[in-house]
Design a protein around this ligand. Structure first.
Ligand code: ZN
Length: 257
C-alpha cells in the first residue's frame, strides 16, 4: 500500500514547506482520507481520486474539499463520492455546501449529471472504496471522529486521524494479522499537555502510551498531524522517546508498506 501525505504550505522562498497545516492522505493514488489540501496539492492523482473518506469535519481536514469539486466541476462524468458519518454529512450540508460559504454541489449538476454524492458510513461497519476495505472506528476527538483500518490486497494499516487517548482503534488494529503500519497523530509537545487534553490530541508521551496498547513494538509507526508551530519540538521529543520503529511521516512524501 502506498500512502501519500499531501503538502499544505510554502516556505518563504516558495518551496513546499515541511510543516503540515492540513491533513490529506492519498492511498494507492485512488482514495483520499480527509481533504485538507486536496484541491491544492493532489497533483498527478487528480484524475484518479473520486472517493474521499472523512475522519471528521474540522476545517484542516475538509478545507480542500469544496475547491476540489469546484475545480473538477465541468469535467466530472460521475460524482465525487464523500464518505462520512451521517452527523458529518449534516455538518457539511449545513455549514459548507449551504450556498453561503460555498455552493450546494449536491443540487448543482453539470452536463453529465450529479457532481457530489454523500455516502454515509457507520462506525464499526466495514465498507469498500476503490479496491480498499475501510473500517471506521470511533476515536477520542471532535464528536464524531473516526480512525480507519484500511486494507488492500497486500495488507492493512491503521490510520488514527486526530485523536487523544483512545482504545477501540487499537483493538481493531490488533485483530489484523496483516497489519503493516500505523499512521498516528501527535499534535502538541509535552509543555502543552493541558491544551492537548482540551483539544483532544496526543503529545509524545501520550503517543507512547497509545502504542503500548497495541503491543506491536516492531511495526513501523509514522507520525503525522503535528501542529506546524511546534513541529521541531514535537519531533525532538518523539526522538527522545527512543522508539526505533517510530518515525515522522514526511510532509509531501510517500510511504510504501
Ligand atoms: Zn480535528
Amino acid at each position: 500500500m502506498e500512502i501519500r501525505l499531501l503538502k499544505s504550505s510554502f516556505d518563504d522562498d516558495g518551496s513546499a514547506s515541511t510543516r503540515q497545516h492540513t491533513a490529506c492522505f492519498v492511498v494507492n493514488g485512488v482514495a483520499a482520507f480527509d481533504a485538507g489540501s486536496l484541491a491544492m496539492a493532489i497533483g498527478e492523482d487528480r484524475p484518479n481520486v473520486r472517493d474521499i473518506v472523512l475522519s471528521h469535519t474540522h476545517l484542516d481536514h475538509i478545507a480542500g474539499l469544496p475547491l476540489f469539486i469546484d475545480d473538477l466541476f465541468s469535467t466530472l462524468r460521475s460524482p465525487i463520492r464523500v464518505h462520512a458519518s451521517l452527523t458529518m454529512i449534516g455538518a457539511l450540508r449545513s455549514h459548507i455546501f449551504n450556498d453561503v460559504i460555498y455552493p450546494n454541489f449536491e443540487e448543482i449538476k453539470n452536463e453529465f449529471g450529479q457532481v457530489l454524492e454523500f455516502r454515509e458510513y457507520e462506525f464499526e461497519v466495514e465498507f469498500s472504496v476503490a479496491g480498499l476495505s475501510i473500517l471506521p472506528v470511533k476515536v477520542n476527538h471532535n464528536e464524531p471522529s473516526a480512525g480507519f483500518i484500511v486494507g488492500d490486497a497486500i495488507g492493512t494499516i491503521a490510520l488514527t486521524g486526530d485523536t487523544a487517548d483512545t482504545d477501540a482503534i487499537w483493538v481493531a488494529a490488533g485483530q489484523r494479522n496483516d497489519l503493516r503500519a500505523i499512521v498516528v497523530e501527535c499534535a502538541f509537545p509535552e509543555s502543552m499537555t493541558k491544551l492537548a487534553a482540551t483539544a483532544r490530541h496526543l503529545t509524545p508521551l501520550g503517543l507512547k502510551a497509545e502504542l503500548e496498547k497495541l503491543d506491536r513494538g516492531d511495526l513501523p509507526v509514522y507520525v503525522a498531524n503535528i501542529k506546524p508551530m511546534f513541529r521541531e519540538q514535537v519531533v525532538a521529543e518523539i526522538e527522545e522517546l527512543g522508539l526505533s520503529n517510530v518515525r515522522i511521516f514526511p510532509v509531501g512524501g510517500v510511504i510504501s508498506v
